[in-house]
Design a protein around this ligand. Sequence first.
Ligand SMILES: NC(=O)c1ccc[n+]([C@@H]2O[C@H](COP(=O)([O-])OP(=O)(O)OC[C@H]3O[C@@H](n4cnc5c(N)ncnc54)[C@H](O)[C@@H]3O)[C@@H](O)[C@H]2O)c1
Length: 446
Amino acid sequence: MSTPEAASPTAASITPATGKLGIMIPGMGAVATTLIAGVEAVRRGLAKPIGSTTQMGTIRLGKRTDERTPLIKDFAPLAHLDDLVFTGWDIFGGNLYDAAKHAQVLDRDQLEEIRPFLESIEPMPGVFDQHYVKRLNGTSVKQGKNKCDLANQIRNDIAAFKTKTDRQVMIWCGSTEIFLEQTPAHQTLAAFEKALVDDDPSISPSMLYAWAALKEGIPFANGAPNLTVDIPALRELSRKRNAPVCGKDFKTGQTFIKTVLAPAFKTRMLGVAGWYSTNILGNRDGEVLDDPESFKTKEESKLGVLDIILQPELYPDLYKDLYHKVRINYYPPRGDNKEGWDNIDIFGWLGYPMQLKVDFLCRDSILAAPLALDLCLFLDLAARTPSLRGLGIQEWLSFYFKAPDSAPGVYPEHDLFIQSMKLKNTLRHIMGEDLITHLGLDYYGE
Ligand SMILES: NC(=O)c1ccc[n+]([C@@H]2O[C@H](COP(=O)([O-])OP(=O)(O)OC[C@H]3O[C@@H](n4cnc5c(N)ncnc54)[C@H](O)[C@@H]3O)[C@@H](O)[C@H]2O)c1
């Protein structure tokens, strides 16, 4: 039987990106408003899409001597920014101008330039239960007789948006929910759908949005570390409906840097004795993460990367005693401008210790917005690509996540540069171009 990887797809088999692409966002806070305001500012020529691989990245094709390096957006048939239409849900009322002002990410002057556009978008009432996000108490919340009814209300919202757009993707930019472990209700689609009717507590609101999207054949990405689609039942639905899913939790700040530095230490065979990471953050996300149950979800996602990159089972002398600690501290004065410190204790030749300190004064949503944009455009591409859409998990989008998704039994790739190569090789593959292996011997032959 030929596997999708062995098949040789052609660019011609990809459905063109004609018409409007609808982007549906549960959770219209700092990241979502920064994304939407940013896309509008770029469309009007007021700013550049910095940080977006789809908009600014290039891809080398063929040999280094061929000098073929188009922009990714000119190479792959991605939706154009002018064709994006936004909608979403939140548990706080008001329009996106008010939400963006509250988030305090973008300058007031910049917001004024696009004020009417932002005022024209009002989030729909959300599906919410405080059990899953303790620190929030929203007022714009749907009522229903059980979780199945609530999920069907989301499906109705989607159906209405489908009449205004040609294709849709959904991306969760909502708050981080409490830590949930898999239960029998998550194991099959049939069990999940029964659990919806039974109001099973192991089904969180983010799962209701994801189920509704996948049921409607719409790809789903998860910007937060919640369990959400990371369960067999929703993966089954994703494959059944040809609606791609990918990983979770945007890889923006500290983990982004961690997945650059850790592979560097490993490739030089330098040991790591300890890695202490701490953050101060003052936005609503920071407030939600101040609750230990939501923090636990984030902690699991942040802690996973080092063990997988460093492979202590293969290199016990270098990494078996590594002490890894991650803290997030809610500190209102900083707002969205997070500061993340890393203290890394490494050791070299003959075991001599050294230290590296990183102080990253970043802007959380400025880093996250372009990732959200890229994910929407690439998921839409995956849904139009016959060799990708039936796979369910889109491992090639690992580049964007702290917790990338991968097939059962396959460990995820966390190294940022392996992830980048995987992404670009997937684009080459679906467009019928040669993969780049970096072997390069043929430059030196006769
Ligand atoms: N900014 C980053 O760098 C970054 C990186 C990784 C992950 N994240 C995650 O992305 C998510 C969004 O971050 P943010 O800074 O925009 O947070 P935010 O608090 O500004 O926005 C989240 C929004 O989600 C809404 N919400 C919560 N539950 C909801 C529900 N059930 N239905 C509809 N709306 C709901 C909240 O009311 C809020 O407006 C968070 O989970 C965060 O952990 C952000």
